[in-house]
Design a protein around this ligand. Structure first.
Ligand SMILES: CC(C)(COP(=O)(O)OP(=O)(O)OC[C@H]1O[C@@H](n2cnc3c(N)ncnc32)[C@H](O)[C@@H]1OP(=O)(O)O)[C@@H](O)C(=O)NCCC(=O)NCCS
Length: 404
């Protein structure tokens, strides 16, 4: 499908409001569109509106998606106001969902926002959808909601390196986002009559879970399956009574009902977002014994991501750190989290390449490898001696303390 992104024109206004209404109709925990079309209508005439980032998506000769941006701010603890971008609503016609329209709108608008020199984007949204575009939890930057709360649905993306380094505080969006339900109802009367959607009750899901897991849902008064879109997989896993196998079962059921699945904490999408990799395009190379390797392209740079599913295999991250501390040359670690490594892609490197069979009969290569191993052994021996000495000193100190 060919998706064309262009700026919204006044002639699109009504069609965009209709598509917003369709996109949101019964998609969350409301049987209607909960006034999202009114929000688009109002935002366009507000001073906070950013017309140069107001985009529509066209496919098959019609409008199929829309994204709108407005200015928002972060109030820092010393009362500074830092301007940031906010977006939303973003809408895709139901029959065009999951075909890349939402991602195309986001990729295009984020790249434009970056070119225009904006500092960062902060917004509330589906916490397990936007990390695939590189959005990280706002809490990672010390940014909270207006009343100081943190949840995964509040997300942020610095548009240049360090853009949010000295920005912490409370995030405040335009007051237009507080939609008045009466006003929304009135506004909706100007659109063709539409039956409220019937939302699948959460019971369809909880009936297939353990008693403990069921209680976790009851406590939070979750009524509909679609309401789960407001929570991340990581948040659900943090609830008392929910284990990893419950989340796997929840995903299985969500899939059955055509709902998006939740991300597991070690997922490569979350790891890349944590590392601040913007707009990644990811391709899996292989998965073997709990270690997945991905080719990643981001803003014309090429990387390899190694994701370690099992805690035992994560020692590789520590190994790289240890080798670096001993000044032993290795492939450079660009970034890492507790369960993933971001490395340069050797396919694009003039310095490194993968070994090949011919290396076995090449004397020069053999000499280089032997030199590296020799250095590793010498520095490794010194390291072991140092560690053993430190350990012995600690033991001696401990014994002295006991005797005295
Ligand atoms: C959310 C929305 C904009 C996404 O647009 P889209 O064109 O359907 O998304 P894309 O095709 O780019 O991406 C689809 C992928 O995102 C995932 N995804 C979509 N919505 C998701 C969500 N709420 N949570 C987690 N993942 C989600 C899909 O499962 C799919 O994953 P896959 O590629 O592994 O199959 C669109 O579904 C929509 O208009 N929804 C209703 C309105 C709405 O909720 N707007 C956003 C409010 S924050």
């Amino acid at each position: 499908m060919n998706i064309k992104i262009r700026l919204e024109q006044p002639g699109d206004y009504r069609a965009v409001e209709e598509l917003t209404r369709e996109a949101f109709w019964g998609s969350m925990n409301y049987p209607t569109c909960d006034g999202e079309h009114l929000l688009v209508h109002k935002l366009r005439s507000l001073p906070s509106f950013v017309p140069e980032l107001d985009f529509v998506a066209e496919a098959d000769g019609k409008l199929v998606g829309h994204i709108i941006y407005s200015m928002a701010k972060v109030i820092t603890p010393d009362d500074r106001e830092v301007e940031v971008l906010n977006f939303g609503p973003i809408s895709v016609l139901p029959e065009y969902k999951r075909k890349g329209v939402g991602s195309a709108l986001l990729r295009h608008s984020i790249s434009e926002a970056k070119k225009l020199g904006y500092r960062a984007i902060i917004f509330y949204g589906h916490p397990d959808y936007y990390p695939r575009l590189g959005f990280n939890r706002a809490s990672a930057y010390g940014i909270t909601s207006e009343n100081g709360r943190s949840f995964d649905a509040l997300m942020a993306m610095p548009l240049y390196d360090g853009a949010l380094d000295d920005v912490t505080g409370r995030y405040i969006e335009d007051s237009a986002y507080n939609i008045d339900s009466k006003e929304a109802e009135e506004f909706d009367k100007g659109f063709p009559p539409k039956e409220p959607a019937v939302l699948p009750p959460i019971k369809l899901l909880t009936d297939k879970l353990t008693e403990n897991a069921k209680r976790a849902f009851d406590t939070r008064e979750i009524r509909y399956i679609s309401q789960l879109q407001g929570y991340s997989g990581v948040e659900i896993l943090s609830w008392d009574g929910i284990e990893e196998q419950d989340l796997a079962q929840i995903n299985h059921i969500l899939k059955e009902y055509g709902q998006p699945e939740k991300l597991f904490p070690a997922s490569h999408i979350l790891q890349l977002a944590k590392m601040g990799v913007r707009l990644p395009v990811v391709q899996k190379i292989r998965k073997k014994t709990g270690i997945s390797v991905y080719r990643v392209e981001s803003e014309s740079e090429h990387y390899v991501l190694k994701e370690f599913e099992n805690p035992e295999s994560r020692r590789e991250i520590k190994n790289y750190e240890m080798l670096a501390s001993l000044c032993i040359p290795t492939l450079q670690i660009l970034k890492n989290t507790e369960c993933a490594l971001l490395l340069p892609n050797m396919e694009n490197s003039s310095k490194y390449r993968l070994g090949c069979e011919a290396d076995l009969s090449d004397v020069q290569v053999a000499i280089s490898i032997a030199k590296w191993y020799k250095e590793l052994h010498i520095k490794g021996q010194m390291y072991i001696r140092r560690i053993t000495l430190c350990f012995m000193m600690k033991q001696i100190r401990l014994l002295c303390q006991i005797w005295i």
